[in-house]
Design a protein around this ligand. Structure first.
Ligand SMILES: Nc1ncnc2c1ncn2[C@@H]1O[C@H](COP(=O)(O)OP(=O)(O)OP(=O)(O)O)[C@@H](O)[C@H]1O
Length: 355
């Protein structure tokens, strides 16, 4: 029996979308079937590029087609539906920024280079704001190194609902990360058009609900990715994280220049890994030099929001998924709390959406 496109489609009728509970064929998600001898390529249009179920869908399609007589090779190509297709499916297309409607302010956390503690600051600053009674969400936009789930101890995957993603709640924060979509240990390969789509979906297609702050963990450095991200949405401003050394400072200067050129306000500087307290004494060691954060803040006429100690407890807390700020009364908790307080005091009223 020769393998035909019709036979493949017939087989795919039984494969259901796990979220919608209906067949992929019926839902119009099978965009194309190509048959060449014993090889089959199926193109599946997901409802969202960042669909949390994409691996399951791909595996189900592959398994079903593999079960057909005469099939030796199966390739499943994933793509995303167009807005028109989605509108047809859900009756109404959620507008591009639907999920952001009730978000009052978006803050971004940036760094001139990787490894300075941008993610650590994002998580602890967000929690410090939440502990002051604000409703806070974190969007992990570091597509290639999404560490937020790890630092918050999140292992579950977000659910999808009507073409929107629902954030996962942890320690009172609402959280969304590409890391939660890929699953632990799965390398994240975002290619071409999927990257742009996923980033847009991450801003607009997450049902954040009412938030006072959405804190965005930007990709590190001064490449295209952080800049595109800050421009794709109105931001209240950027918090710049640096360590006191020279290299970090020259990188962060470049980042300052770039954000300013794009008219994104820089709200202030957080100096991370500022000093090491010698255990059991009042002595501190300035491991990475001193005064860098102050100099930078002065040069760019922005406030120094705070200095965070270099403290093994901060790293351990991050690794354990229980951020340091939760250890009430600790030096680290106090430092992050101060950053939150200063940030609140310098936030301009502009950029705030009234409810
Ligand atoms: N103040 C600190 N004291 C001790 N360890 C810290 C401190 N800040 C960050 N770290 C640790 O340093 C490492 C890098 O931190 P983090 O992942 O937050 O940096 P990052 O700037 O977000 O990195 P990347 O840009 O590569 O994503 C982590 O292991 C973190 O726990």
């Amino acid at each position: 029996m020769t393998l035909t496109k019709e036979a493949v489609l017939d087989r795919l009728k039984d494969v259901k979308d796990p979220e919608l509970g209906k067949g992929l064929v019926e839902l119009g998600m099978i965009r194309d079937v190509e048959v060449a001898g014993p090889a089959v390529r199926v193109t599946v249009a997901l409802t969202m590029a960042a669909c949390p179920m994409k691996t399951t869908i791909r595996d189900d399609v592959e398994r079903a087609v593999r079960g057909l007589e005469g099939v030796e090779h199966v390739e499943v190509v994933l793509t995303a539906m167009t807005s028109e297709e989605r509108a047809r499916l859900f009756g109404r297309e959620p507008s591009e920024m639907e999920g952001m409607k009730a978000v009052r302010r978006v803050l971004a956390v940036a760094s001139g280079k990787g490894g300075v503690g941008k993610t650590t600051v994002t998580v602890n600053l967000s929690l410090a704001l939440a502990r002051k009674g604000h409703r806070v969400g974190i969007l992990d936009a570091d597509l290639h190194g999404p560490d937020i789930p790890l630092m918050l101890g999140i292992t579950e995957r977000p659910l999808g609902s009507g073409g929107m993603l629902l954030p996962v709640e942890r320690h009172g924060l609402k959280v969304m990360s590409t890391g939660m979509l890929a699953g632990e240990g799965v390398p994240i390969i975002w290619r071409g058009a999927l990257v742009n789509k996923a980033v847009k979906e991450f801003f607009g297609r997450v049902r954040w609900g009412e938030l006072d702050f959405l804190v965005v963990d930007l990709p590190p450095g001064t490449g295209d990715a952080p800049l595109t991200l800050v421009q794709s949405i109105p931001m209240a401003g950027v918090v710049m994280v640096t360590t006191p050394q020279k290299v970090a400072l020259s990188d962060v200067r470049r980042a300052f220049g770039l954000f300013r050129a794009k008219e994104v306000p820089v709200l202030g500087v957080v100096e991370n890994m500022s000093f090491l307290r010698v255990p059991g004494s009042d002595q501190v060691m300035e491991v990475f030099g001193s005064g860098g954060g102050e100099k930078l803040a002065k040069a760019f006429k922005v406030p120094l929001l705070g200095k965070i100690p270099l403290d093994p407890a901060i790293r351990e807390a991050g690794d354990a998924g229980r951020p340091a700020v939760l250890d009430e009364g600790s030096e680290a908790a106090r430092a992050f709390d101060e950053v939150a307080e200063r940030l609140l005091s310098v936030l301009p009223a502009v950029g705030e959406k009234e409810q």
